[in-house]
Design a protein around this ligand. Structure first.
Ligand SMILES: *Cc1c(COP(=O)(O)O)cnc(C)c1O
Length: 379
């Protein structure tokens, strides 16, 4: 299986050389916009590309407002602060995610509570959420309280793993009923839809990432989306040092952050966003090719769930067990075909080992078996 897979991936990318997991593609107006940006001298915190990108991004995902940030982690951090997450709160999320999700919760002085994922979407399970809330929580004066800790569960952060939309409408219904603010970690899911609605637009706030390995990139970058005008204004304010606009005075009205996206990066992003449709088509075509190949091999391929449309950011297979997974990683990487295991569970890392968890059977199952395979847009 390993040998045939490596040969197959080499035919897909038509090279005998190294094949990365996910490389960026700069085939559009990147250089033109970068030059334009440099010539304008506005390379930093203000400039037309930031404004243009925010408007175009909001239109792309169907959100009213978008606020660009320096990276996706910063977008998540600010989204959680704006959701009202404070020191001593608890925030529900999934243990199977990139570290940024849990770190952003910690930056607010809150503690993550890890609940299980669904096997098929690899995203937060509405059933696990419902069970946890009914068994452990009460609503007290429009506040969800964890009876065991006495702490407020302020927010819930589901993540759309590898671009596959999780069951976000069921999660939203539960969050609304329990007075929990929904913040989506949509870092991996630009171009992914739950039914007809773009991921990241179900919650009060949603965060996206434009890190070098994401579906579109500016080297580093992120964005917060929301339909709430007041939240959008506050997001802009506190990501730009909370400076009160004034012709010359330096006055700031609260602790702010230097989390703005430089205009240079926004120039790259404007060019990348123009190519999104093409990237999506290319990636969905690749995923279909993989799906057929692995079906023939009797290997479980992570396909999009029936309730939505995935951007197939990273393709993934589910191997039989930990030993098979490790053997596959060993062989493919030795052959110059980059593959990577899914993340270790957050509650297994020293910083989050003390956090509360529900039953995590699905997350544990997947964490020992899932491997990502090369997924770059093909030339
Ligand atoms: C990429 C990513 C982020 C944000 O990462 P940055 O590198 O800070 O842009 C957050 N959450 C998940 C799940 C991610 O994959």
């Amino acid at each position: 299986m390993q040998t045939q897979t490596v040969e197959f991936i080499r035919t897909l990318y038509r090279t005998e050389g190294f094949i990365a997991l996910h490389e960026p593609r700069f085939g559009g107006n990147e250089k033109a916009y970068l030059n334009e940006c440099i010539d304008s001298t506005f390379v930093s915190s203000v400039g037309m590309f930031v404004d243009r990108f925010e408007a175009e991004f909001a239109r792309t995902v169907g959100a009213k407002y978008a606020v660009a940030t320096v990276n996706g982690t910063a977008a998540l951090h600010i989204s959680l602060l704006l959701a009202g997450v404070q020191r001593g709160d608890e925030v529900i999320t999934q243990p199977l995610t990139f570290i940024a999700t849990a770190n952003a919760i910690h930056y607010c002085g809150a503690e993550p509570v890890f609940l299980d994922v669904d096997r098929d979407t690899m995203g937060l399970s509405p059933e696990a959420l419902k069970r946890f809330l009914e068994e452990h929580c009460v609503v007290d004066e429009k506040r969800c309280v964890n009876r065991a800790s006495g702490k407020t569960i302020r927010a819930c952060v589901p993540m759309h793993t590898f671009g596959h939309p999780c069951r976000i409408d069921e999660i939203k219904t539960l969050c609304d009923a329990w007075h929990i603010v929904l913040v989506e970690d949509a870092a991996e899911s630009l171009g992914s839809y739950y039914k007809e609605k773009h991921t990241g637009t179900f919650g009060t706030l949603g965060a996206f990432s434009f890190n070098g390995n994401k579906i579109i990139t500016s080297g580093g970058g992120g964005v917060i989306v929301t339909d709430d005008e007041a939240l959008a204004k506050r997001a802009k304010h506190i990501t730009t040092t909370a400076k009160i606009p004034h012709p010359w005075e330096y006055a700031h009205d609260e602790i702010g952050y230097n989390y703005r996206l430089p205009n240079l990066n926004a120039a790259l992003l404007c060019a990348q966003l123009e190519q999104l449709e093409g990237f999506l088509e290319n990636k969905r075509d690749l995923a279909e090719t993989y799906r057929c190949f692995f079906a023939g091999m009797g290997v479980d391929f992570a396909a999009e769930p029936p309730h939505g449309r995935s951007n197939y950011w990273l393709n993934a297979i589910v191997l039989a067990n930990l030993e098979e997974r490790d053997a596959f990683l060993e062989y493919t990487n030795a052959q110059g075909v980059m593959t990577r295991p899914i993340w270790k569970l957050m509650n297994r890392l020293p910083m989050f080992a003390h956090c509360r968890c529900g039953d995590l059977s699905n997350a544990l199952f997947l964490s020992e078996r899932v491997v990502n395979i090369p997924s770059s847009v093909r030339p």
